[in-house]
Design a protein around this ligand. Structure first.
Ligand code: PMP
Length: 287
């Protein structure tokens, strides 16, 4: 069976799947999305991803296109049809199709698209050597807590990172504090061994991996500070790492070309990665 996508109620061949040219996602970025990791065919942390999806929709006053239960059924069916073992499920919901006009259209139905993508295991080199990040100004709006499809500053930031030979860009607010990566949350271990990640506010996307890791950390009795940290503090940190649904926990060993700590992935970073992988394994087994 060729790879399929789910578009507004129908399973269609991925290669010819299409939405209308006046979909408001296309014209106004008037929509939201979620990316749920899939490991051994199991959706990892599906419930909090769906909670965040519902929250993003609610903030933008877009209705759920189908019930949560129906979304779960379609997700599983698409994973089954595409024989997806390791990768992710992408869901996108926009305000729907209507003649172009900024105000909310009357009677438009929210549009739903789901795709899956197979992914290779994470790069061994990146995991053992760590990756580099650069710092850039955060050019985004004041509602970064909404997982909106409006990602232009993130796209430009990631491209800047790639062109600088780095893996990710950490965005820095006007006060000189790191908000997050273009598609990841940022963490450091300071010189005083304080594990720090920015507090959840409208300035960052509250990552599901971030939330899960916070939960695992606290269960382990490790203390963590949810607070803003400056890019200076990050440059002098002992350890640094990023979290996201596609990276899980990835060590950062260079910030703006300078080594972090001894230039190797940190011990606590490794321990937290193991803890997160243990959690993922548990989810596979219970699926
Ligand atoms: N911040 C931003 C801006 C992101 O796009 C993402 C990835 N969706 C994250 C953080 C990490 O979130 P999650 O752990 O839910 O993938």
């Amino acid at each position: 069976m060729p790879r399929q996508a789910f578009v507004n109620g129908r399973y269609v061949p991925h290669g010819s799947a299409a939405v209308h040219i006046e979909d408001r996602g296309y014209q106004f970025a008037d929509g939201v999305y979620e990316v749920v990791p899939v490991v051994q065919g199991a959706l990892i942390d599906e419930a909090p991803h769906l909670d965040r999806l519902e929250r993003s929709l609610c903030e933008l006053r877009i209705a759920m296109p189908m019930t949560r239960q129906a979304l779960k059924l379609v997700s599983r069916e698409l994973i089954r049809r595409n024989r997806l073992s390791r990768g992710f499920l992408y869901m996108q919901i926009t305000r729907g199709v209507a003649p172009r006009d900024h105000k909310f259209p009357e009677g438009a139905k929210p549009a739903l698209v789901m795709i899956t993508r197979q992914m290779k295991p994470q790069s061994h080199q990146a995991l053992t050597e760590g990756v580099g990040v650069i710092s850039i100004p955060d050019l985004r709006w004041n509602r970064c807590d909404i997982k909106s499809v409006s990602l232009l500053p993130n796209v430009l930031g990631k491209q800047e990172a790639v062109e600088a030979g780095a893996y990710e860009a950490w965005m820095v607010d006007p006060q000189g504090r790191v908000t997050e990566g273009t598609s990841t949350n940022a963490w450091i271990v300071t010189q005083d061994n304080e594990l720090v990640t920015r507090d959840a506010s409208t300035s960052i996307l509250n990552g599901i991996t971030r939330l899960r890791l916070l939960d695992l950390i606290r269960r382990d009795g490790i203390t963590v500070s949810e607070r803003a940290f400056s890019i200076e503090e990050a440059r002098q940190a002992r350890e640094a790492f990023i979290t996201s649904s596609s990276n899980f926990v990835m060590p950062v060993t260079r910030i703006d070309g300078q080594p972090v700590g001894n230039g190797h992935p940190g011990l606590l970073t490794g321990k937290l990665r193991e803890a997160y992988l243990g959690f993922v394994e548990g989810q596979e087994e219970s699926a």
